[in-house]
Design a protein around this ligand. Structure first.
Ligand code: DGY
Length: 381
């Protein structure tokens, strides 16, 4: 990798903060400047190595904002602590790239960016679902290649999802938002698998059923399955929304893929390693009517051999959260996490982070994952 380039903003700031990629928007930079930070931003788009990040932190660095592509573990957190560091934020809601225990041992609060990705990522999961179901990318390739010779009754038949069964694995914020969009838009029954019940989603489904019934339409059903296997067999379309941890790595493997309906659709906007990608490629090859749509990959940016050649796979480069509003919101939350901790502010006690996007944001860190372990105080509301 060539030597990374860095640009400096507010050079006279008393606290030194490094940011390992350019972030969108401008408000995040104002937040750090107002907190008296000298901000050093890496303008190189290559993924930085651990060594390059260590070098950038040097022996005086008070805070850092890093990316989901970088392994923030013992080595980086102890280097940050040794440089006088007091705060880190991931520019992501997911934090499988972070060793939280190591950060806690080094006394570094770790922030993330929840709340601003929910609808954006759910919308992308919907887009991928229908791109796969209706063979959008495959038929576009066909058209662009000059192969379209006129309308045919049999050309690119896809799957109708109206009134079919939707399965979600992981019924947290994004999974539940996707489920509501799919159920309300397409009157689908819902099965979900999650370690915990989601009573809010269940009551939403019940209320929606009441609404449908009152209009003389058939209701929709909602069931939390006991096992992943039960869900795999029941659903016509399955979307993954779980975190990646040792328990969910390769949750979707050859055995579980084999349980899915022959015409089913599998969507992943969560994390790549939740699916055994080689097994998925093999399954797509032997089940031509099965379809998959992936935003994330097991060994990003590499793709499993054969994946890019499959007509029944839609693949996009980890862009589910890529709207201007969301990416700017993530930058505001990450910058506020770091600025607030460096300024000695407490942690925000609520899940709703909307006040941080408003004109007069609270003096608090919006989301600190190891606040409890570090004994950080919360803002009194
Ligand atoms: C996240 O924030 O975890 C997302 O994967 C970024 O798109």
């Amino acid at each position: 990798m060539a030597e990374p380039n860095w640009r400096v903003h507010n050079p006279s700031g008393k606290r030194r903060v490094i940011i390992t990629k350019e972030l969108p928007g401008g408000r995040w930079l104002d937040i750090l400047t107002t907190a008296d930070c000298r901000v050093e931003i890496c303008t190189t788009t290559d993924v930085l190595t651990v060594e390059a990040i260590r070098t950038a932190m040097g022996d005086r660095c008070h805070g850092a904002i890093g990316q989901l592509t970088e392994p923030w573990g013992e080595e980086l957190f102890s280097a940050l602590a040794a440089a006088g560091g007091k705060a880190y934020s991931n520019y992501a809601v997911g934090f499988n790239n972070i060793d939280l225990d190591a950060a806690t041992r080094c006394g570094i609060p770790v922030g993330n960016t929840p709340g601003v990705l929910t609808e954006t990522t759910a919308e992308m999961a919907v887009a991928l679902t229908f791109a796969a179901a209706r063979r959008v990318c495959e038929s576009e390739r066909f058209l662009r290649a000059g192969k379209y010779k006129g309308w045919l009754p049999t050309l690119f038949q896809g799957e109708l999802l109206w009134r079919k069964t939707l399965g979600i694995i992981g019924a947290g914020r994004i999974g539940a938002a996707y489920a509501r969009m799919m159920v309300e838009g397409h009157k689908m029954d819902l099965v979900y698998y999650d370690l915990y019940p989601n009573p809010d989603l269940e009551s939403y489904m019940a209320d929606y059923s009441t609404f449908l019934t009152a209009r003389g339409e058939a209701p929709v059903t909602c069931k939390r399955t006991e096992t992943v296997e039960e869900l795999m067999a029941a659903a016509d379309c399955i979307s993954l929304h779980t975190v990646l941890d040792p328990a969910t790595r390769h949750l979707i493997n050859a055995q579980r893929l084999a349980l899915m309906k022959k015409t089913a659709i599998l969507v992943n906007t969560a994390r790549g390693p939740i699916i055994d990608e080689a097994a998925l490629v093999a399954h797509c090859r032997t089940h031509p009517d099965f379809k998959t749509a992936l935003d994330v990959f097991e060994d990003e940016p590499a793709l499993a051999p054969g994946l890019a050649d499959l007509d029944n796979a839609v693949i996009v480069p980890h862009i589910a959260s890529a709207t201007a509003w969301t990416r700017q919101g993530m930058a505001i939350l990450a910058a506020t996490n770091v600025a607030a901790i460096l300024s000695g502010h407490p942690v925000w006690p609520e899940a709703d982070i909307a006040p941080f996007l408003a004109p007069d944001p609270p003096a608090a860190a919006p989301s600190i994952l190891n606040a409890k372990e570090l004994g950080l105080s919360h803002l009194d509301l």
